[in-house]
Design a binder for this molecule. Structure first.
Ligand code: MBD
Ligand code: FE
Length: 248
């Protein structure tokens, strides 16, 4: 077999040509499309990865799941930071704003055995829908953390409820959504990444039942096993989330 880029890229081009023929695309429309792509050259650097994530990242996560048995994976999104602070039982939030959220569960292997020493990264938007760490006045230690999993595999972390969020939409990514008749909203979500030696890295998200944007997520990331109906504990909402890791 010829090399992989040959096979995949040739097929990709073939698919696009079929769409052009199927819709009788004119030279004028073709020129307009090339003109649109030119906008990415002058746009901020994040626009190309944002458009790619918006259109294709969830599909790659789905493909990955056809080879795995553990927890359902989902998009990483653009806001993961390696430099998240190590936490114990609390994620730092601004001035106790927003509704409290407790996230708890276990990290295990496929047989249910705890994965001691796993690193669980948690990150999410603040109550206004913004992520920390992307401007000088918004330090990385807010709304994100890295928890080291102990011998029982269990964790319990307190933070605040994330708000629904719009992806940046004043550039070409937003214009493309507009061409497709779509809005830029994502449902409220919490991001997770779990790393442990001997296991495949798991990247996923949790969504909340009843969210207005679940059925029309701008990045089409919602998968039903990831939608949780939160419980209540004291003054907080309670999200139960277990992570089952596949062996490497
Ligand atoms: C996000 O916050 C996100 O989670 C994804 C997947 C894409 C854009 C912004
Ligand atoms: Fe996100």
């Amino acid at each position: 077999m010829s090399n992989r880029s040959e096979v995949v890229i040739r097929d990709l081009v073939k698919s696009v040509r079929e769409v052009l023929r199927h819709h009788d695309v004119t030279f004028e429309e073709y020129r307009a499309a090339v003109g649109f792509l030119m906008k990415y050259a002058k746009a901020p650097e994040f626009e190309i990865p944002l458009t790619c994530d918006m259109l294709f990242n969830a599909t790659v996560a789905d493909i990955e799941m056809t080879h795995r048995k553990g927890s359902v994976s989902n998009l990483e999104g653009p806001y993961f930071l390696e430099s998240a602070p190590t936490i114990t039982d609390r994620i730092k939030t601004r001035d106790e704003q927003g509704e409290a959220l407790i996230i708890e569960g276990r990290v295990t292997d496929l047989s249910g055995k705890p994965v001691e020493g796993a690193q669980l990264y948690i990150w999410h938007a603040d109550p206004q829908g913004y992520y920390s760490g992307y401007s000088d006045d918004y330090p990385v230690d807010l709304y994100r953390g890295k928890k080291i999993i102990g011998p029982t595999g269990e964790f319990s972390v307190r933070t605040t409820m994330p708000a629904p969020y719009t992806i940046p939409h004043d550039g070409p990514s937003g214009e493309l959504l507009g061409f497709m008749g779509r809005h830029p909203w994502r449902p409220a979500h919490v991001h997770f990444k779990v790393r442990a030696p001997g296991f495949i890295e798991l990247t996923t998200q949790a969504y909340f039942a009843g969210d207005k944007w679940l059925d029309s997520d701008s990045v089409e990331g919602v998968r039903s096993p990831l939608v949780h109906a939160p419980g209540i504990r004291g003054d907080a909402k309670l999200l139960k989330k277990d992570f089952v890791l596949d062996p490497a």
